[in-house]
Write a protein that binds this ligand. Structure first.
Ligand code: SF4
Length: 420
């Protein structure tokens, strides 16, 4: 697609699928209201969070400055813990590693992971004849819909219960009432057997500590712990930017993440440092007890090193994907997840530029941002996304990649004159 066609497709998507879709707008309005009040309550109850967020930013600044060194250290810790470590420079490299570890015709259960979305891992594994189940409820709904996540943390934020009931009915062949409690029970029934029979469990990470090689996974549903706890093999695909120096640092970053991610206190925080083991017979450590017998960790670069070496764009790597900024973004309010390729919103634009879409396809997103800076105010790490967007535009202009007149496209798509 050339740049003009790309803009047209993008404008069509955000207008037809997002901005003029009443269902999406209603769902988002409710979600934003709930998010603001939940986070305000959480910050009132835990006022020390603001101070911890400041410290969290310092940890991330240090970690990105020393990213390669910390990944090496984390790898050494994981190997020491009887896990195995790989480094993937891009998506193809990661696929090759997954080919080796997963192969074909396997049953795979997968916890939610933006890094796996980034490289379309489920779709790749399915092409290799594996049966893959997303086990996060929202991701499972998105999988049934054959759609894409509409928020960094709440993938099915735009799907009302009535539509979920129809989807589940189609999948199971049974009548399902549009009652959220009953829908949750139905998905529990469907996935329970998959957890028990899966050959492989796949996850991402919210953070990982270099000194102990401990993977942190925050969740509420309990699906991540079943995905990584029941199958005999666990594979974690982790972006290089997730490594921080110590266990305490990983805890602090995770705590700030869950506070701003609308969790107050999550039901579970999983900490995994190696395959399962026991020393109960003669104090002899034996690997492969009740949990996974094997643990593999794959660190993904896929543009992260390039960002880390860029004095302005490296700030995007501090992002812990809490999704808080999206609730304040006026563009996200009307476009939902259509404001992005794999990542979403202003910060997602920077991520997409480096990890998924590339500079050739990023212009429509770069020019969607209003530069209002509300994201920066909400962000716990005060990440200056508008500054990075401005820099992105400056670079795009230099490349001659500028938007065609928006008004013409708007009229072409809607038949109406563009007004603000
Ligand atoms: S930019 Fe800040 S608020 Fe937005 S997802 Fe990242 S850390 Fe959270």
């Amino acid at each position: 697609m050339n740049t003009d066609e790309l803009y047209k497709k993008y404008v069509e998507n955000i207008i037809n699928l997002g901005a003029t879709n009443e269902r999406v707008r209603t769902a988002l309005k409710r979600a934003v209201k709930a998010y603001r009040s939940n986070v305000a309550n959480a910050l009132n109850r835990f006022p020390e969070t603001a101070e911890k967020a400041k410290k969290g930013r310092e940890i991330k600044e240090y970690s990105i400055e020393h990213m390669d060194e910390l990944v090496d250290k984390a790898c050494a810790s994981i190997e020491e813990n009887h896990g195995h470590c790989y480094k993937a420079k891009d998506k193809e490299d990661a696929y090759e590693i997954f080919d080796k570890l997963v192969g074909e015709n396997k049953l795979v259960v997968k916890a939610k992971s933006l890094t796996s979305e980034e490289i379309e891992l489920r779709q790749y594994l399915e092409k290799r004849n594996n049966e893959v189940f997303e086990t996060d409820l929202g991701e499972f709904i998105v999988q049934l819909l054959d759609s894409r996540p509409m928020h960094l943390l709440a993938p099915a934020i735009n799907i009302p219960r009535e539509e979920v009931a129809e989807l589940l009915k189609k999948y199971t062949g049974e009548e399902v009432e549009p009652d959220i409690g009953k829908e949750v029970q139905k998905v529990r029934e469907i996935l329970r057997e998959k957890f028990c029979n899966a050959n492989i469990g796949i996850s991402g990470a919210n953070a990982i500590s270099a000194d102990t090689g401990t993977i942190f996974i925050i969740e509420n549903e309990g699906n991540a712990r079943l995905s990584i706890g029941l199958p005999p093999v666990q594979i974690s695909l982790i972006g290089m930017e997730k490594v921080v120096p110590t266990l305490e640092d990983a805890f602090l970053v995770s705590e700030v993440t869950w506070r701003y991610a609308n969790y107050k206190i999550p039901a579970y925080v999983n900490l995994i440092s190696g395959p399962s083991k026991t020393g109960d017979i003669e104090k002899t450590t034996t690997y492969g007890a009740h949990g996974p017998k094997e643990l593999y960790v794959i660190f993904l670069d896929n543009g992260r090193r390039e960002m880390a070496n860029d004095s302005i764009m490296k700030e995007a790597l501090y992002c812990m994907k809490c999704g808080a900024c999206l609730y304040e973004c006026p563009v996200y309010h009307v476009t939902a997840g259509y404001y992005g390729y794999k990542y979403i919103g202003g910060i997602g634009t920077i991520w997409d530029a480096y990890t998924t879409a590339g500079m050739d396809k990023i212009a429509p997103l770069a020019y969607t941002c209003t530069l209002c800076s509300r994201c920066k105010v909400r962000c716990p790490f005060k990440i200056d996304t508008p500054k990075m967007i401005m820099e992105l535009r400056r670079r795009l202009v230099k490349m001659g990649n500028v938007p065609p007149p928006l008004k013409e496209f708007y009229k072409e798509v809607t038949g109406k004159d563009f007004t603000i």
